[in-house]
Design a protein around this ligand. Structure first.
Ligand SMILES: Cc1cc2nc3c(=O)[nH]c(=O)nc-3n(C[C@H](O)[C@H](O)[C@H](O)COP(=O)(O)OP(=O)(O)OC[C@H]3O[C@@H](n4cnc5c(N)ncnc54)[C@H](O)[C@@H]3O)c2cc1C
Length: 469
């Protein structure tokens, strides 16, 4: 007899949804989480604070409306960190309460402390108070302990001049200049936010391109916009050392270049948080990046222990973690469930934002799939003009063989929402004709789908008429 049917370690999106799914199936469930981290990285240091910060930046800088009101338009002239953080702290506080209320409502017990395995069914929970420790047993266990920013050993982080994406949320002032090391999603999102605030940003990336999984045309547009905001890119460059003094930092690159800046933000990947779990006691192990291997049901090599979310690696997104948690709990208790649809959207909250779903042109070309492209530019949409977004665009990739939608790529306002229309059509195996034959609200950005659909069908018609001559 166990204390709980299910114990979940970690209360991020994966852990939360696993716990609630277990509770909905009538099981006795507990979640173990450290004192100050209810809601996980997602709510406290990752998705929610960064996206709220972005919204605050967009609003206070007035950036989105400069095409309408002129280049000098600002909502507030001197934007302070306090202005930015007020909104962030408010939203984070509310989201923590939402998570707490959801767990309570579903009778999930919340145990405060750090969990580690004593054996494959027994977990010790050590609280923050001295001598505070308890031992619990569970029939099934879900590990959802997430990741933390990786810190290269040769770099000395002081959380003031040299920091990572956690410490950036505790900045004392908006820097005049900044080096961002790593042009991954998190690095580029923060680079674009600080550039919008007027910080001179230099991005250093050891690969020779960035966001290589996205549509190259969209990435080019993003780079153009960021350069326009005084962002400098140093691709194919490696950081050798960072020197710090009271005046700021100097980043030395292997090529001999030296970049002075007020501060340096490292965004050099993330490490699974498994070091405190004592995995060996449960018969488990993690790889060199702290990640745990799972099968298609999110089951580890120990049958009754599951792992979900960032701790299992790719795609390491809140969106995916939630479903993984739910599916792990269903599998643990024999509840039938369908697998996740293969089509997963990617959202990048840069300024401007980027999103896509399905194939890229490069992938289709590589696998010799014939396709045609339909493009719609926001500046040709009434809603684009109303919003003052004249640079956004939506691109549809359509099979010239059966007219099915193969990919949708969006750049600009609401890209991360708009992409779901294309995703739904693709998920249902729909063709571009659905978009041609459907009336969409006017004036909306969704109308971009109609315009791109007409564009691509015109091209396909031209191709077909040529073929039948
Ligand atoms: C800056 C940034 C921006 C992001 N933006 C987005 C975005 O826009 N969209 C998106 O989908 N994703 C985004 N992500 C990714 C997203 O935050 C993660 O995918 C998501 O939080 C992972 O959820 P998780 O369930 O794995 O747990 P996490 O949210 O990582 O939480 C894990 C929890 O486990 C707890 N824990 C760890 N070890 C123990 C232990 N031994 N005992 C008890 N508790 C423990 C931790 O305290 C933590 O609270 C972003 C991430 C970052 C860092």
């Amino acid at each position: 007899m166990f204390d709980y049917d299910l114990v979940v370690i970690g209360s991020g999106p994966g852990g939360q949804k696993a716990a609630i799914a277990g509770a909905k199936l009538g099981r006795k469930v507990a979640v173990v989480e450290r004192g100050s981290m209810l809601g996980g990285v997602c709510v406290n240091t990752g998705t929610i604070p960064s996206k709220t910060l972005r919204e605050a930046v967009l609003y206070l800088t007035g950036m989105a409306l400069r095409d309408l009101y002129g280049a000098s338009y600002r909502v507030k002239a001197d934007i302070t960190i306090a202005d930015l953080m007020a909104r962030t702290q408010h939203v984070v506080g509310r989201e923590v309460e939402v998570v707490r209320a959801q767990l309570l409502r579903n009778h999930v017990e919340l145990l405060q402390g750090t969990a580690s395995f004593l054996d494959a069914n027994t977990i010790r929970v050590v609280g923050s108070g001295r001598g505070e420790s308890s031992t619990i047993t569970a029939e099934k266990i879900v590990i959802a302990t997430g990741t933390r920013p990786a810190r290269p050993p040769e770099i000395e982080f002081d959380d003031r001049y040299v920091l990572d994406s956690d410490a950036i949320l505790k900045l004392q002032k908006v820097p005049n200049s900044m080096v961002v090391v790593g042009a991954g999603v998190i690095g580029i999102e923060y680079a674009s936010m600080f550039a919008a605030l007027g910080t001179r940003v230099t991005v250093v990336e050891k690969r020779d391109r960035m966001l290589e999984f996205c549509d190259p045309e969209v990435v080019e547009s993003l780079k153009f916009h960021l350069r326009d905001q005084a962002v400098t890119f140093r691709f194919g460059e490696e950081v050798e050392r960072v020197e710090v003094s009271e005046r700021g930092t100097v980043t030395s690159l292997a090529s001999g270049k030296r970049i002075p800046a007020e501060m340096v933000m490292y965004s050099a990947g993330r490490q699974g948080v498994t070091d405190e779990l004592n995995l060996a006691a449960a018969g488990l192990e993690a790889d060199s990046r702290g990640r745990i291997k799972v099968d298609e049901h999110y089951r580890t090599t120990v049958e009754h222990i599951y792992a979900v979310g960032d701790v299992i690696g790719f795609p390491a997104l809140a969106a995916n973690s939630m479903d993984q948690g739910r599916l792990a709990a269903y599998h643990a208790f024999g509840e039938p469930a369908r697998e996740l649809a293969g089509l997963q959207p990617i959202g990048i909250y840069t300024i401007p934002e980027v999103s896509y779903c399905g194939a890229t042109e490069e992938e289709l070309t590589r696998s010799s799939v014939p396709y045609e492209v339909g493009v719609s530019r926001y500046r040709e949409l009434a809603r684009g003009q109303i919003l003052g977004d004249t640079y956004g665009m939506l691109k549809l990739l359509v099979s010239t063989e059966d007219r099915t939608l193969l990919g949708v790529h969006v750049f600009g306002t609401n890209a991360t929402d708009l992409v779901h229309i294309g995703q739904a059509i693709m998920g249902c195996g729909g063709t571009v004709d659905y978009l041609v034959d459907t009336v969409l609200n006017y004036p909306t950005l969704s109308e971009a789908y109609k315009v791109a659909a007409l564009d691509v069908t015109n091209k396909i018609r031209a191709l077909e008429s040529f073929g039948t001559e």
